[in-house]
Write a protein that binds this ligand. Structure first.
Ligand code: RIB
Ligand code: CA
Length: 310
């Protein structure tokens, strides 16, 4: 029986690959996409989610959420993902994808209707997740799991200290890490191991429209960013979906994660204490990825999606 998940996302080039992985893997059933402002504004992230869902042949509803962080002014990552969030790639318009109300309401309603059965995979700023927790604190018991692409236990990517998803809404991240569940943190230390270098991309040649119209052009754009030019584009968000598919691809260790909200140079830092006593630990932090099995997972999923696209 496939595991049901909702992906909260800000597509976003690596979000697009994560959604394809989730849709193409037989062990997952994507029951919804919720969107948040992040890499680009909410209108773009929501349109991209709808277009990606239609392009991949998904029937998951899309629920738009927060158009700005809880407290701070919005930050975007257009320099990494392009002004439209997909490196300028324009997918066919989404006509069929249902809209499913406000993201935080969708999350609460979905989890309330199926306690223990739906996992959350959050790959954008955590604003929607925080709003859902504030609306209905019991979702921390109802969610089967929460996997977060975000944070870092070493250095950041938006600042020397802070990873983008956490920095974009640090108050939301603090609420989520402090809510009493046990999220899995897939941070930059882990995702830096998942680089779509030339040898990896060579495996995706011949995937028809999926490769020609999406994967190749968005990775060309993403990989041209100075962050990725030397070591290759890190497919951050797909790592979080891969964890939902098979935690056995990862080594993860318990830790205490606190989000810095006041540091002049360190705001948005996920301060990670691997030496915290067990009763203070609030997260499982992923440290090692089995990259061979990870790329095999993506190859199989992308092939599955490509052969079923219209
Ligand atoms: O720091 C990487 C994260 O920020 C990824 O989720 C990427 O899509 C951006 O949202
Ligand atoms: Ca993202």
């Amino acid at each position: 029986m496939p595991k049901k998940i909702v992906i909260d996302c800000d597509p976003g080039i690596d979000d697009a690959l994560a959604i394809a992985l989730a849709h193409g893997n037989p062990d997952l059933d994507v029951v919804g996409l919720t969107t948040v402002a992040g890499n680009v504004g909410l209108a773009h992230t929501t349109n991209n989610a709808r277009c990606l869902s239609a392009f991949y042949g998904m029937d998951a509803p899309v629920a738009a959420g927060a158009d700005r962080p809880l407290v701070r002014e919005p930050v975007v990552a257009e320099q990494v993902h392009g002004g439209n969030g997909l490196g300028g790639v324009r997918l066919p318009a989404a006509t069929s994808t249902a809209s499913a109300g406000y993201a935080a309401d969708f999350l609460v309603d979905a989890l309330a209707a199926a306690p223990g059965q739906i996992g959350l995979v959050a790959v954008g700023p955590l604003t929607n997740i925080a709003l859902a927790v504030r609306k209905e604190p019991r979702i921390v018991e109802w969610a089967r799991e929460l996997v977060i692409m975000g944070g870092s236990y070493t250095r950041g990517n938006r600042t020397p200290a802070a990873e983008f998803n956490v920095l974009a809404d640090p108050e939301a991240a603090a609420i989520v890490f402090g809510a009493g569940w046990r999220p899995v943190m897939i941070g930059l230390d882990l995702t830096a191991q998942a680089r779509a270098v030339a040898a990896v991309r060579e495996r995706w040649r011949g995937l028809g429209r999926l490769e020609a119209e999406l994967i190749s052009p968005i990775l060309d754009f993403y990989g041209s960013h100075p962050h990725y030019r030397d070591e290759g584009p890190a497919v951050h968000d797909a790592c979080a979906v891969a964890y939902a598919i098979d935690p056995g691809l990862f080594r993860a260790v318990p830790a205490r994660v606190d989000v810095e909200l006041h540091g002049r140079f360190t705001t948005g830092m996920t301060v990670t204490d691997f030496d915290a006593p067990a009763q203070r630990c609030n997260a499982e932090v992923a440290t090692v990825l089995d990259t061979d099995r990870f790329w095999d997972l993506l190859q199989a999923a992308f092939s599955h999606v490509a052969t079923r696209m219209s």
